[in-house]
Design a protein around this ligand. Structure first.
Ligand SMILES: *[C@@H]1O[C@H](CO)[C@@H](O)[C@H](O)[C@H]1NC(C)=O
Ligand SMILES: *[C@@H]1O[C@H](CO)[C@@H](O)[C@H](O)[C@H]1NC(C)=O
Ligand SMILES: *[C@@H]1O[C@H](CO)[C@@H](O)[C@H](O)[C@H]1NC(C)=O
Ligand SMILES: *[C@@H]1O[C@H](CO)[C@@H](O)[C@H](O)[C@H]1NC(C)=O
Ligand SMILES: *[C@@H]1O[C@H](CO)[C@@H](O)[C@H](O)[C@H]1NC(C)=O
Ligand SMILES: *[C@@H]1O[C@H](CO)[C@@H](O)[C@H](O)[C@H]1NC(C)=O
Length: 695
């Protein structure tokens, strides 16, 4: 009902808009006449409007007599309003990547009746609402990876009765709402790199029986009874579908195990015990030995990857998304290559557009120089599990077409400066499980489009200032399981990370100012497994952690010192207990007398520890009362002063300075309500001034 009404309203609006446009005369500019380059590619018009600074589309249109693909990536379309695309009803593909897009008002896509593919990846979208995709009745392909998706309305895809490919990897989904796929004929689903702990059968899996590929890697799967349905379902579909790795993160005893290699008993001892009569006796599990896998039909990787070739949406469904790491390409299946393929490797064209994939995993290579003949225009290069120790600049002369480079699990201890200078298209770089000790800025120079950098399990002790400055697009950074004790100031100032992993290092403390406070867009940071020193130094850090909340700072932080707090959760210890000196001092000054100068003195003492000065209420109340009384007088005094001044200067037409003072005062007032920890009237006023200036 409400649905219908909304649709009608929006349609009316659209009509009205067109009417206005007609009456007004043509006020739109054809993108192809100005601004953009329009080319024909295989009979389809491509309207290339990337990086044109476009922030809305109202005043633009496109040829009305042709179908076209509309490329609008790297513009400034940060918010889409209803009927945004009303002049573009002949679009069949729409590219909106990298627009800083954070809000799509329902109805934004209205009118795009012919659209088959929508790319909204690499933006900042936090959720899909009920009517976000209203009007896209014919859409088959939706790419929304690398956003900040947390909430999806159960009805978000309700009208997408043609949607087959749904790419949602590298978001923040911790669950999928029930019935999300009602009447949606999904065949390809990418959910990698989210926060899923489980996927229920009822309401989710039962609705996607036709899935040919489902990628579930890099989620913190909770291998308990709740995951049984997923396990069974995966076993059931695994003959016909490609599945990513499902690795358990919890419970601890199963951490790191593949779901397919756990038994039902491992997941759910109680259930199996109760069903003893029906299921094989859980003898192996009960003796503590790893239970033998119970599944019967081992799936051969080659059959799966061959199967992939036959999939319906032309096999290139993941074009430009994160490549699936589990597909091992086999050169012998692909057409003969014109270019050479290094002898130690197998090469394949995943699809004609995405270029060559070169797989040299586990080939005992000792140097990149051994890759002979050199592959031409390689796009993905897998060199995992070799014995490479040194990466030289000269090795990378002809690899500028790479989008993915996997150097994980080698013995790399040196990467020459500027090695990657030409890899400007590289988006994924894996350097995990190597022997790197130091990171410096010249190591990563040139990687201007890199979004994913994996450096876990190295020997990194030192990160030099500016190391990540050459990677403005870096979104995910993995530095866990290294030997880090500190980070340089401003290390994150030029990147806007969404995921950062620093766990299992040697951090005793991390500064807020200049380091953590630069993580303005971080949505997930993992800091566990560091030896936190729970003394006065850590208070600012503790407050930062509390402010971010458990959604962002995942996992517990345990104190390693001092002894009395060993193994306790940082958050469980009160600030007073952690830093008695500090609180004793404050307490003393406030209780000793009503001497104002002393309290400012503590103010300066406090600042290094207390970042936003959240002193406990009981201590603050007397102080604040005092401050309030003082400042009330000051404010009244100022007001009177200003009013009088105004009266005098009214005739002089010089009220600009007065209004300046007024605005200053507003700033001060609001600042005052936020309760900064400063006692004296004069001090406060000073703070107000700097505050208003810095704004
Ligand atoms: C506006 O109208 C004129 C002729 O009336 C036409 O030449 C021009 O292409 C139109 N512009 C747009 C953007 O439709
Ligand atoms: C389980 O899945 C992983 C990842 O796909 C695979 O490497 C492994 O061989 C599978 N185990 C069995 C017993 O099939
Ligand atoms: C490629 O597939 C063929 C069978 O088609 C197989 O014999 C060969 O071992 C495979 N090579 C690799 C590298 O997987
Ligand atoms: C970078 O690429 C240019 C041409 O694209 C080439 O001339 C140059 O030698 C390359 N440099 C390196 C270090 O690969
Ligand atoms: C590489 O660059 C770093 C600065 O980023 C510099 O300290 C180092 O000396 C350089 N190494 C070589 C071999 O030039
Ligand atoms: C405030 O304390 C200082 C010493 O800390 C002292 O010199 C000063 O006289 C005191 N003022 C008042 C008003 O008590």
């Amino acid at each position: 009902m409400g649905d219908c009404c909304l649709k009608m309203c929006l349609a009316l609006l659209l009509g009205l808009q067109i009417l206005v446009a007609l009456v007004w005369g043509n006020t739109t500019t054809d993108l192809c006449e100005k601004m953009c380059s329009c080319t024909e590619v295989e009979g389809v018009l491509h309207i290339n409007c990337e990086e044109k600074g476009i922030s809305d589309l109202q005043h633009y249109s496109a040829p009305t007599s042709r179908f076209y693909q509309l490329f609008l990536h790297h513009n400034s379309l940060s918010k889409l309003f209803p009927n945004e695309f009303a002049n573009f009803y002949n679009a069949v593909t729409l590219h909106l990547e990298n627009n800083g897009l954070h809000d799509i008002i329902p109805g934004a896509f209205l009118g795009l009746q012919l659209l088959k593919r929508l790319h909204i990846n690499n933006n900042k979208i936090k959720g899909f609402r009920r009517h976000t995709f209203l009007g896209l009745d014919d859409m088959e392909y939706l790419q929304a990876d690398f956003n900040l998706l947390r909430d999806i309305d159960p009805g978000a895809f309700r009208d997408l009765n043609e949607l087959e490919v749904l790419i949602l990897n590298d978001n923040l989904l911790s669950s999928l709402p029930p019935d999300l796929f009602q009447n949606v004929p999904i065949t390809h689903l990418d959910l990698r790199g989210n926060r899923l702990k489980t996927l229920p059968y009822d309401g989710i899996l039962e609705l996607i029986p036709g899935v040919a590929e489902i990628l579930l890697d890099d989620n913190p799967w909770d291998c308990t009874c709740d995951l049984l349905p997923l396990k069974e379902w995966l076993e059931h579909i695994s003959y016909s579908a490609l599945i990513g790795k499902v690795v358990c993160e919890a419970p601890l005893r199963l951490q790191g195990n593949y779901l397919n290699e756990t038994s039902e008993y491992d997941l759910c001892p109680w259930k199996v015990d109760n069903d003893l009569s029906l299921v094989a006796p859980p003898a192996q599990g009960a003796t503590g030995l790893p239970a033998t896998p119970v599944f019967q039909h081992p799936r051969s990787p080659t059959s799966a990857s061959m199967h992939k070739g036959q999939l319906k949406p032309s096999g290139n469904w993941q074009q430009k998304t994160r490549p699936s790491a589990n597909v091992v390409p086999n050169g012998s299946n692909s057409p003969p290559l014109l270019a050479g393929c290094p002898t130690a490797c197998s090469c394949s064209f995943n699809n004609p557009e995405s270029g060559l994939e070169v797989n040299c995993r586990g080939s005992k290579l000792e140097s990149m120089a051994d890759l002979q003949p050199k592959p031409i225009k390689a796009q993905e290069l897998f060199l995992r599990q070799n014995n490479i120790e040194i990466i030289r600049r000269s090795h990378f002369v002809d690899y500028s077409s790479l989008t993915l480079l996997d150097l994980g699990n080698n013995a790399i201890k040196l990467i020459e400066n500027n090695t990657f200078l030409n890899l400007t298209d590289l988006r994924w770089l894996y350097l995990d499980n190597n022997n790197l000790e130091t990171l410096n800025p010249d190591m990563f120079a040139g990687l201007q489009n890199t979004e994913y950098l994996n450096l876990e399990f190295n020997l990194i002790q030192l990160i030099l200032p500016g190391t990540f400055n050459s990677m403005p697009n870096l979104r995910e950074l993995f530095l866990h399981n290294n030997l880090l004790k500190s980070l340089p100031v401003d290390v994150f100032s030029s990147v806007s990370l969404s995921k950062l992993s620093l766990h299992t290092n040697y951090f005793m403390y991390l500064p807020v100012t200049g380091v953590l406070d630069q993580l303005t867009s971080v949505v997930q940071i993992d800091l566990h497994g560091n030896p936190w020193d729970c003394s006065c130094n850590i208070i600012a850090f503790k407050q930062w952690v509390e402010r971010m909340g458990t959604d962002v700072v995942v996992s517990e932080l345990k104190c390693a010192s001092p002894d009395q707090f060993w193994d306790r959760d940082i958050k469980s210890i009160s600030n007073e207990l952690m830093c008695p000196e500090l609180y004793a001092k404050i307490h003393l000054t406030f209780s000793s007398s009503s001497n104002i100068t002393i309290s400012t003195e503590t103010g300066t003492h406090v600042n290094p520890y207390l970042e936003t000065s959240r002193v406990s209420i009981s201590v603050l109340v007397p102080g604040l009362l005092l401050v309030f009384v003082t400042s009330a007088f000051t404010v009244v005094g100022m007001l009177v002063f200003i009013l009088r001044n105004r009266k005098r200067s009214r005739k002089r037409e010089n009220n600009s300075s007065a209004s300046e003072i007024n605005s200053l005062q507003t700033v001060c007032d609001s600042y005052w309500h936020n309760g900064p920890y400063h006692a004296e009237g004069p001090h406060r006023v000073y703070d107000c001034v700097t505050h208003s200036l810095s704004d």
